[in-house]
Design a protein around this ligand. Structure first.
Ligand code: ASP
Length: 358
């Protein structure tokens, strides 16, 4: 009898212990959602129209809390908190905001699992690549924007934001560098460019294709993006308060050399040629760029053509003229890398190595 009681007691203890363990496991699962911080910078995703039928709108009208409250479903994917960095149209993005944003991303990633950045689409390809070079972490950083303002008919921002949080919360996003999630597609910062002024399908990765497809938070990863980045990057913005001036000069038929002189006279330490074809330009412009490179201003040849590479020593003899070839990087991304490179060196060979690696 005593033995029976003690058996029953033992079973009770075992059952209670099992229930406690299960409850604890469930509680842990419930709190195991990744922490995602949303850093808001403005853009059309936070934009408002005076009326739905109106064409124009004001970018950066809504605050980060409004964006988060508009998509409550995100809270099932992650523990979300938000912070406003600036509230601007990204056409006004500048070095000062980049440095502030880059430093904040580095800080925030010490206590959070991933960062989502809401951003205008105009300069998203540049900001994402800048962060790709200077964020010292392999944790996910995902930029998101929209083509239609938050008040527009069939606004694309809420779904884009939901998908961006899903990507940021996915452990498989780790180590892929900074990403851009927009229109059900994920792109690597190094590859992505804006290709349409108004359509919701406004972003492509011309040479390599997208990094993933995302459908209502379900992600199919397609490729591991190339390029050195994150923890392996040699560029740090700790303590940096300004970046060197680099100008882009657009090549065209009948191009003169005047704008090259103007850039140098205004303090450019680097020039990126948005060249015709394989990074080419008129004889007058190439001659001026050669003289400019001899004076110690670094000249990078890129191309205004939307896809393909700018090859070294192909049509232009870079070795002889002292130029750097941008290889896979378009003019806007070449400018971002050259700003970082110039903080370290002005040797064209060393900078060519960086263009091959990053
Ligand atoms: N001008 C806007 C911006 O870049 C356009 C957009 O977000 O789509 O902020």
């Amino acid at each position: 009898m005593n033995e029976q009681i003690s058996h029953a007691g033992y079973r009770l203890v075992v059952r209670t212990a099992t229930a406690v363990v299960l409850a604890l496991a469930l509680a842990t699962t419930a709190t195991a959602k990744p922490k995602v911080t949303i850093l808001a910078t403005g853009g059309t995703i936070a934009g408002a129209q005076a009326s739905q039928a109106e064409y124009g709108y004001q970018a950066g009208a809504f605050k980060v809390e409004d964006l988060i409250n508009a998509v409550p479903q995100m809270k099932e994917l992650a523990d979300i908190n938000g912070e406003q960095i600036v509230n601007i149209g990204s056409q006004d993005m500048n070095d000062e905001v980049w440095l502030k944003l880059g430093k904040r991303v580095n800080e925030v990633l010490q206590s959070t699992d991933a960062v989502v950045i809401t951003h205008g689409t105009d300069t998203m390809e540049e900001t994402s690549y800048f962060l790709n070079l200077v964020v010292k972490s392999d944790k996910p950083v995902v930029l998101v924007g929209s083509m239609r303002p938050a008040t527009g008919i069939s606004a694309d921002g809420p779904m884009n934001l939901y998908n961006a949080v899903a990507v940021a919360a996915d452990p498989n996003a780790k180590g892929r560098g900074v990403l851009v999630a927009i229109n059900d597609t994920v792109h690597a910062a190094r590859n992505v460019v804006k290709v349409n002024t108004s359509n919701v399908e406004a972003f492509r990765s011309p040479n390599r294709g997208p990094a993933a497809i995302v459908n209502t938070g379900k992600i199919t990863w397609l490729e591991v993006p190339g390029g050195r980045r994150g923890a392996k990057s040699e560029f740090s913005i700790d303590g940096v308060t300004a970046l060197p001036r680099v100008d882009i000069i657009y090549a065209h038929a009948n191009m003169s050399a005047d704008l090259i002189d103007a850039a140098v006279a205004n303090g450019a330490r680097g020039i990126v040629l948005a060249g015709v074809g394989d990074g080419n330009a008129t004889t007058a412009a190439i001659d001026k760029l050669t003289a400019t490179a001899k004076k110690g201003v670094v000249v990078v040849r890129s191309t205004r053509v939307p896809s393909g590479l700018t090859y070294r020593n192909n049509e232009v003899n870079d070795d002889k003229l002292g130029f750097v070839a941008s290889l896979e990087l378009n003019p806007a991304k070449s400018r971002v890398l050259l700003q970082q490179a110039l903080r370290v060196t002005k040797d064209p060979q060393a900078i060519q190595r960086m263009f091959a690696e990053y």
